[in-house]
Design a protein around this ligand. Structure first.
Ligand code: ZN
Length: 307
């Protein structure tokens, strides 16, 4: 059993109108999901920057419709996850699907839009994608500013509603502003900077800050966040898991694949079926307790929405 905190299937279903059940163009589809050890999959609402500002919230709502109509409602064994109880009560044959947001550009500067998304079931909120928005700067904005006043309002709402603040894609300054103000933090998809020098990865101070905040980190399967070379294999992904454990993150760690958000793949992790080979290998390298923690228990323990 594995929990995966990040994939971008909703974007592909929205933009390409693919069939969730069997489309081979998807790294995460129903058939692969049922054959994989993934028990719970988080589905991110990611609205591309090309979508005009005034259309972005509408597109987010369209993706939520797709989530319910194409992923949850047609299948008896797929359950909507809105709180910790839902996670804990999944039956043997059932799988869970959770909604997350990747980037607050979809809400503009309107807190009511965020309230609506939370009411519709969004349970982790990424403050930015790579660009700047009304909440904060993303990691790709050279100004590198932290939380705006509106961003502080957003974090206060997420604290009040027991929702994770996702710091993946956020600026360095924004990261530490969030550490100061947020109650519940996660980096849904980020690797270790000292193994692969990409600005989307976490440095030592950031890893320690998340551990200190009792947060959660998802090892991601993006090849260029994993190793700076042409061919990257699942063995390189394992090095990030081990590095996080070495840094003290054993009880804060899990996975956030970024499947369907990438067009280059790690050898062995070309789709969610790859979790089988990865988990077999990791079970050999870790203690039983370490594996259980990383595969799913840490996520369940840290999930802040109790009911
Ligand atoms: Zn991302």
């Amino acid at each position: 059993m594995i929990i995966d905190a990040h994939c971008d299937v909703l974007l592909k279903l929205w933009s390409d109108n693919l069939d969730f059940k069997t489309s081979e163009k998807l790294q995460v589809n129903l058939k692969k999901w049922r054959e994989s050890p993934v028990k719970v999959q988080c589905f991110a609402i990611f609205v591309p920057a090309e979508v005009k500002e005034e259309r972005r919230f509408q597109v987010a709502l369209e993706m939520i419709t797709i989530f319910f109509e194409k992923i949850i409602e047609p299948y008896e064994d797929i359950k909507f996850i809105a709180n910790k109880g839902d996670l804990e009560s999944l039956k043997e044959n059932e799988r869970g699907a959770m909604l997350t947001l990747e980037g607050c550009h979809v809400i503009g500067d309107d807190i009511n839009k965020l309230k609506t998304l939370l009411r519709l079931g969004v349970r982790a909120v990424g403050l930015t994608w790579n660009q700047a928005n009304a909440v904060a700067d993303g990691i790709g904005e050279k100004r590198g500013a932290g939380l705006s006043s509106f961003g502080e309002e957003v974090v206060a709402l997420l604290n009040q509603e027991n929702i994770w603040v996702d710091v993946s894609h956020l600026s360095y300054q924004g990261f530490f502003d969030v550490m100061k103000q947020a109650k519940y933090v996660m980096a849904s998809h980020a690797n270790v900077l000292h193994l692969c020098s990409h600005p989307r990865n976490l440095d030592h101070e950031q890893i320690q800050a998340i551990i200190h905040k009792n947060g959660w980190i998802g090892v991601t399967f993006v090849p260029f966040f994993t190793k700076e070379q042409q061919t990257v294999t699942y063995y390189d992904t394992i090095q990030h898991v081990l590095a996080y454990i070495h840094a003290g993150a054993e009880t804060c760690l899990g996975f956030g694949s970024d499947f369907d958000g990438i067009d280059q793949y790690i050898v062995g992790l070309e789709s969610m079926e790859g979790y089988r080979i990865l988990s077999d290998e990791l079970k050999n390298k870790l203690t039983e307790r370490q594996w259980k923690n990383i595969a799913y228990q840490n996520f369940i323990n840290k999930f802040p929405r109790i009911n």
